[in-house]
Structure formats: structure tokens, C-alpha cells
Design a protein around this ligand. Sequence first.
Ligand code: SAH
Length: 467
Amino acid sequence: MNSFPISFRLKNRPVVIVGGGDSALQKARLAVAAGASLTVIWPRIDQALHEELADRAALIECTPARADFDKAALVFVAIEDEFEAARLARDAKSAGALVNVVDRPALCDFTTPSIVDRGRLTVAISTGGAGPVFAKSLREKIEALIPARADALLAFADSYRETVKSRVPHENRRRFWEDVFGGPVAAAALAGDDSGAHDLMAGALDRAQSATREGVVHIVGAGPGDPELLTLKALRLLQSADVILYDRLVSDEILALARRDADRLYVGKAKADHAVPQDEIETRMIALAREGKTVVRLKGGDPFVFGRGGEELDALQAAGVKAHVTPGVTAATGCAAATGMALTHRDHAQAVTFVTGHARGDADPDLDWEALANLKNTLVVYMGVGKADAIAHRLMEHGRDRATPVAVVENGTRENQIIVKGALEDLGALVRDGGIKGPALLVIGDVAQFASGAGLIELSQLQRSAA
Ligand code: SAH
């Protein structure tokens, strides 16, 4: 964060604008809208300012002196001459004001963000001066998201603040307001049905006093890493969670989308370092739900594809805890899309099979090699990096062609994605020479020849680095 956003109360506070042209007028409009007591001062003040501000600001046509800045909360310097602007900024700062020099970020104590102004509701977007046009385009999108009567809804909510404080116990209050803003009360207020909204609110207040809240666990798939691959439902649940239990494979960008004051518990899950044993994860989720919490169990990819989501669901149901599952984009389809490799391309594969290459210690994965080798379709191996040699060897031993195309995709859909590809007989070497440490998928079958895109390492580069 390059600068710290705050909402500053300017009502009746002195603000000084130095300048008499267009950009002075723009700042003046903001200051007037915020209720500031405004002085515009400069030897030549345009007619447009006189017309628009005549009865709302003091307009003084002279060169400002240091004393003009005394007591000013904010000073805007909106003039062309850079040298003069720097001098006036110094004067204003020495008088104790915070200073903004238009178009000269280096001289500014503060900058003015792009603003969505809907009465009580304001949204400020700042790019630290790096991309004001981008900020404007975001502002347009945010404008479109905000209901027309948002300010009326806020006025309605504000009128109940004290009542809610006295009638809804502290620990239920956030939930109460979430239900108000996300439910029929807000719908009525936004539709302009004030009396309906008041009736619904009265009912909600009556219920809130008696009800104890039932906890719930959502087992949610976070997808392979790219936050844009989250489902809308996953995003909504992340933003309503009290507690989030997350795995190693969940990316930081995704966690950053969660409700800011949700507790986050890392429960690990690297192969060799189960930060928290599985049964303890389950026990914790059950205990949290019984406390009435909304728990999100956030897992990489899809919870039901090699994710132990099934075991967790069983445990929750056995304990009588309400549980729901939200699917995610699994690594295979995420990596396929990111590398342009259609898993069931009609000319190359009739089916796709997902298997796990996970095995205890030195053992080979316990799979039906004969069946897999004879499928001649697309085979996707999860958790297979450490066993790549053995997997290739077993498949060839059972008749799969040694020239079958293979692709290894590491960190698929993420910024650090890597793709290496070659033939089945070289699978182990590809993993080694490509420096693949996972998370990575092994894709075996004709469609693997099409893998391309970000992070593709050519074979010649591999041989060079291995030499
Ligand atoms: N439930 C997850 C899989 C968990 S098993 C899912 O549906 O995707 C963990 C394995 O998933 C890793 O060892 C790796 O094989 C694969 N994996 C997860 N994320 C990946 C990614 N971004 N790129 C490549 N493989 C990934």
C-alpha cells in the first residue's frame, strides 16, 4: 500500500485552493460537496469559478501569502508554474496544512482518489497516480454494482443502529446485519417499500433475541491457483466465513479475497508434512461448527478429486454437523485449459482417467497397470512427480508405447507455471531436468503433444541445462 486511505470529515473546515482555472474548479467542486468552508485564492480567477462558486466560497484575487494558509485543513495548489507551486506548497506545509499539488505527486501529502459518491456511501479508488484511467474504468464498474437506492438503505439501517445494539447480543450482531443487508429487509428498502422494510425489521429483531445460531461447514474447492477460477459461490462463502481452514495448495491471492476478519487456520498438507493430521482437522471443524461458526474448509482444486473431501463430509455428517460442498476447478481441467491441451480431443482420445501416483515410501503406486496401459486414452496422474520413472516404466511394461506423448505441468494456471513435454520413455528425465518439484500433473497420451503456452521449456533448453 503506497498511501493510506481514510475518509476525512471536511464539513465546515477551512480548505484553501490556490489557482483560478479548470483544475482549481474541479477541486473546488469536491470541497463544496464535502461541506468545506472554502477559499479560492489567485490573482486571476476565471469567470466560470465566479459563476459556479459565487455564494459558496470566498474568492480572493491576489497572490497568496503564508498567512492565508493558517488554520487550513487541506490546501490544493492548482497552478501551472511548477516552481511557484513548489514554493506555495512549502508555505502551506509550514502553516501546518496537508497539501495536494495537482499533477505533481512528489509534492503531495495526499492525493485525491477516483470517487464513487452516493451520499453516505463513498468508494475511493487510488492507483497512487500510476493509472488514473484504470481507476476510472474500475469506478464505472463499481457504479454499476451499487443499487440506485443504496443511500436510502443506509439511512434506514442507520436509524436502527441503537435499537440493534440494545436488542441483539454482541456476538450475533454481525450476522444480524448480514442477514438484514442480504435478505428481504434490504430488498424492501431498496425497492422503496419503507413500511414493508420496517415490518420485516421488527420481525428480525424479535427472532434475533431468542435464536442461537446453527453452525455450518462448507467444504469448498479453491481451484488450481488462478483466483479468477474461483466459483462465484466459493467467493461468496469466503466472504461470509467466520473461520477458514486452508491447505498448502491454496494460493495467497485467493486467501486475500476472504473476509478480512475471518480467522485463518493453516492446516497444511504437503506430502511429507501433514501440518495437522486429518482426524484433527475433522475434530476442529466439528467443534467450530458446534460453537455456531460458519466454517469454510478451503481445499486446492476440487474437494472430491483426490482431496479427502469425502472423508471430511462423512465425519461431519456422522457428527450431525450441517455440511455442504462447493466444487472447484480440478488441477486436470485447469492445467488442460491453461496449456491448450483438450483432454478428450475427438481426434485423439475417447476418455480421460484421473489417478493418483501417491504411494507409501519406496513402493510403486498401487494401480491397475494393465488396464491403464491398454486404455490408450488420456491418463492424468495427480501427485505423481516423485514416482514419474516408475509410472512410465510400469505403463511401458504393460504395453503402452514408449513414444506416447507426455506433458508435465507444474503450478498450472499460476504465474510460475512450467510445462515440459516429451515421450513416455523420458518421463522421469523430464521431471528431473525440468526441476519439477510440484504441485504438478503428469499427462500421458496423444493430447499431451499439444501442451503449450506460458512456461513451456523446450527440450533443447532441458538438454542444455542437464549437460
Ligand atoms: N483436489 C485437488 C488435488 C489435490 S492432490 C484437485 O482437484 O486439483 C494434490 C495434487 O494435485 C498435486 O500433487 C498435483 O498433482 C495436483 N495439483 C494441484 N494443483 C495443481 C496445479 N496448480 N498445477 C499442477 N498440478 C496441481
